[in-house]
Design a protein around this ligand. Structure first.
Ligand SMILES: CC(C)(COP(=O)(O)OP(=O)(O)OC[C@H]1O[C@@H](n2cnc3c(N)ncnc32)[C@H](O)[C@@H]1OP(=O)(O)O)[C@@H](O)C(=O)NCCC(=O)NCCS
Length: 275
């Protein structure tokens, strides 16, 4: 595709942009075509290593989505975008030779993909982490096992939930924890019992950060953007303003106007955030 023009470019500004795309939003032929036209040699080599077609297909859609979304936000053509990865594997945008075509918004992004669903979060001059999980995953044993890695207060909260609500509780905590760990760039290297979320019905009440961080530095969004799908984003707080959350769905050949949501403010940081 031709580079995004100034008129087409989507400015992130003081918002969090969430883009959700199901695998079926791109046909198999389109995904293969975009692999050839947009993905770099490293991505193509990764795609070749998947044993199962559905895993390869998921990877292609996720990485085509990353390139399309970042092209829309930066104005750099999809196949010209460059990336570098931290020693823990977190990808970052590489500034192009000759500089960004438009104002450098200090874009940060994060990707999550799971069983047919891909999500990318994009922010400007702050960090973002996202995680998406399916509620209808069949690995019940794994659900029990993952909660054992949680903090004592989270395990206590889960133990008090009715049987039918526990699975959802575990996955809500898991998506929040992964989103935070991914915003920090630490992933699973961050012990999941070193920080905790307190949930209250459908609301996030408080966040106890790990010892090396401040709770007020982060805001969190929890969404169920489609049936049986939980999405969480961790967003760094920069300055006094609470960013808006913009959600778009589908593969963004031509991006549609977003659904605009308010970023929920936790009771335990309300004062800090509104100062
Ligand atoms: C990041 C991690 C939590 C991903 O978990 P997951 O549930 O399997 O996957 P998700 O779909 O939510 O996210 C995967 C995406 O997160 C991004 N990612 C990878 N490592 C990341 C990190 N450390 N922090 C933030 N994001 C990361 C990538 O874009 C990745 O997709 P890609 O590999 O297709 O580009 C996990 O793989 C991890 O902990 N990695 C770090 C491992 C590490 O510390 N390695 C050190 C060298 S041994």
């Amino acid at each position: 595709m031709a580079p995004t023009t100034a008129a087409e470019r989507l400015i992130v500004g003081d918002s969090v942009q969430l883009w959700l795309c199901r695998n079926e939003d791109l046909s198999e032929a389109e995904a293969v075509d975009l692999e050839r036209r947009w993905l770099d040699e490293r991505e193509r080599a990764t795609a070749r290593r998947f044993v199962f077609d559905h895993d390869r297909g998921q990877y292609l859609v996720a990485h085509a989505l990353v390139r399309r979304v970042l092209a829309l936000h930066t104005g750099v053509a999809e196949n010209q975008l460059g990336f570098w990865r931290s020693h823990r594997g977190r990808p970052f945008l590489e500034p192009p030779v000759g500089g960004w075509p438009f104002e450098d918004e200090g874009i940060d992004f994060n990707l999550s993909h799971t069983r047919g669903v891909n999500v990318i979060g994009v922010t400007s001059h702050r960090r973002v982490g996202v995680d998406v999980e399916r509620l209808d995953r069949e690995d019940v044993m794994t659900i029990d096992a993952v909660s054992e890695a949680f903090s004592p207060e989270e395990q206590q909260w889960l133990a008090g939930l009715p049987e039918g609500a526990r699975r959802r509780g575990v996955l809500r905590l898991w998506t929040l924890k992964e989103a935070y760990a991914k915003a920090r760039g630490l992933g699973l290297a961050l012990p999941f019992d070193s920080f905790a979320f307190a949930l209250d019905g459908e609301r996030l009440r408080s966040f106890r950060p790990p010892r090396d961080d401040l709770g007020g530095r982060w805001q969190f969004v929890e969404l169920e953007p489609m049936a049986s799908t939980l999405l969480a984003a961790a967003v760094e707080v920069v300055g006094p303003d609470i960013p808006e959350v913009h959600l778009r769905t589908g593969f963004p050949w031509t991006p549609q106007p977003p659904l605009v949501l308010d970023m929920p403010v936790r009771a335990d940081v309300e004062q800090y955030s509104r100062r």
